[in-house]
Design a protein around this ligand. Structure first.
Ligand SMILES: *Cc1c(COP(=O)(O)O)cnc(C)c1O
Ligand SMILES: [Zn+2]
Length: 401
């Protein structure tokens, strides 16, 4: 049993209603009666997946699924050593069906759309949400409409949205403009909105916390580090860890640590200034297009997650993001897109600043796969050497500097 509740005025809404925010404007949360939920570690044996935890998911029909979740948690000892830590893990969310963590939210969100009888699904996106919605819409057999900021979407993500048959609209504006438009469109046309303002998306994404704890033998790391764009994922993962603690499955909740790009960092500014709310940034700019967001819709929830857990937020430059991306790739064999690498870049910075203790057990979430943004790779890596098809030329090239 569950219902929706405003985090601001605590007004309650039935789970049968199609509603995204409270009449007061506040964000909604899915509230369960935990006294009715009994799960033990024993019930949670078996392979990882989003739907392994369905006792904690607000869905009562067969899921629209492509086997999402079950992503690897890698120990990264070379990265740890290079940063000066002992225990660092990477939860590689790029290993989901469409190559980003958005699939966890979409399997739940699109299933909810079907459960509510919705006929069309829609979102605004910096790229990955649109790829995931296109794919899960196709899987469910419902049309998808996606609004993208013109010229600012990585090619792999655009390719997915196009090939899987979404109606793809390129907006002359940024992500924040596209989100405003799609909310209006959904209200007018009765389309189901699947941005992370929709609380069911976050329910799916909280399974990242479940899997990390599961993979660590029902322990939470001391700290969780991840990129923050629209600020849904940090909120979702915090909720997941809190639920596990409430259910007695883990003893502690990690310090939630959000990383933003220097050119798009309203959450970091609010944490630094100890403000109750963020001040939107009109012209967000970063190479990490997935977090190029100036007015994060879930910021109130995210600020609470960071503060309650004793975490923090920090910025990184595009240069720091690119070096972290390269380091993950050549030191550990983990290929991620730029936004994802900001978690590692932020970890390094916070260790250098003395904010993160050398003894902490840290898990970083890498949110999307390297192949999402291969154009960017070509702009930061050397081109292949073109040579004649002779063994002399090959040998000479192999040993050249
Ligand atoms: C969506 C996305 C983010 C940002 O997540 P939010 O929930 O919007 O904070 C970060 N990285 C990648 C790769 C993403 O696709
Ligand atoms: Zn309210």
């Amino acid at each position: 049993m569950y219902h929706l509740e405003c985090i601001q005025c605590h007004k309650k809404y039935s789970a049968k209603e199609v509603i995204y925010t409270c009449t007061c404007g506040g964000l909604l949360d899915v509230i369960y009666d935990y006294s009715q939920i009994n799960i033990t570690k024993n019930d949670l044996k078996g392979p990882l997946s989003v739907w392994k935890y369905r006792a904690l998911l607000p869905i009562s029909i067969d899921p629209v699924s492509l086997k999402e979740g079950g992503t690897p948690l890698y120990r990264v000892d070379r990265i740890a050593k290079s940063i000066g830590l002992k225990d660092v893990y990477v939860k590689h969310e790029g290993m989901n069906p469409t190559g980003s963590f958005k699939d966890r939210g979409m399997t739940v969100g699109v299933t909810k759309a079907i459960e509510l009888g919705m006929k069309t699904v829609a979102c605004a996106s910096t790229g990955n949400t649109s790829a995931s919605l296109a794919v899960y819409g196709a899987r469910a057999g419902v049309p998808a409409v996606v609004l993208l900021p013109s010229g600012k979407v990585a090619l792999g993500k655009l390719a997915q949205a196009l090939m899987h048959g979404a109606k793809v609209l390129s907006i002359r504006g940024n992500f924040d403009d596209a989100l405003k438009l799609v909310r209006d469109l959904c209200d007018r046309e009765g389309f189901y909105l699947l941005n992370s303002v929709n609380p069911y998306r976050l329910e799916g994404q909280k399974t990242i916390a479940f899997e990390i704890a599961d993979q660590l033998g029902w322990k939470a790391p001391d700290r969780l580090v991840l990129p923050v764009g629209n600020a849904g994922n940090i909120t979702a993962i915090y909720k997941g860890f809190k639920e596990l603690k409430n259910l007695g499955l883990i003893d502690s909740v990690p310090k939630m640590t959000g990383i933003q790009a220097q050119g798009a960092s309203p959450v970091v500014t609010a944490i630094r200034n100890n403000s109750a709310a963020i001040t939107p940034e009109g012209h967000p700019e970063t190479i990490a297009t997935a977090i190029r967001i100036g007015n994060p819709v879930n910021s109130i929830k995210a600020l609470k997650a960071i503060r309650e857990s004793g975490g923090t937020a920090e910025t990184v430059t595009d240069e720091e993001i690119i070096s972290a991306q390269q380091e993950l790739a050549y030191l550990e064999g983990i290929g991620v897109e730029p936004a994802s690498a900001s978690s590692i870049a932020g970890l390094r910075k916070l260790v250098n600043l003395g904010v993160i203790d050398k003894d902490e057990i840290v898990a970083c979430v890498t949110t999307g796969h390297l192949l999402k943004d291969s154009e960017h790779v070509l702009s930061v890596c050397p081109r292949p050497m073109e040579i004649d098809a002779t063994i002399e030329a090959v040998r000479k090239a192999v040993f050249s500097k």
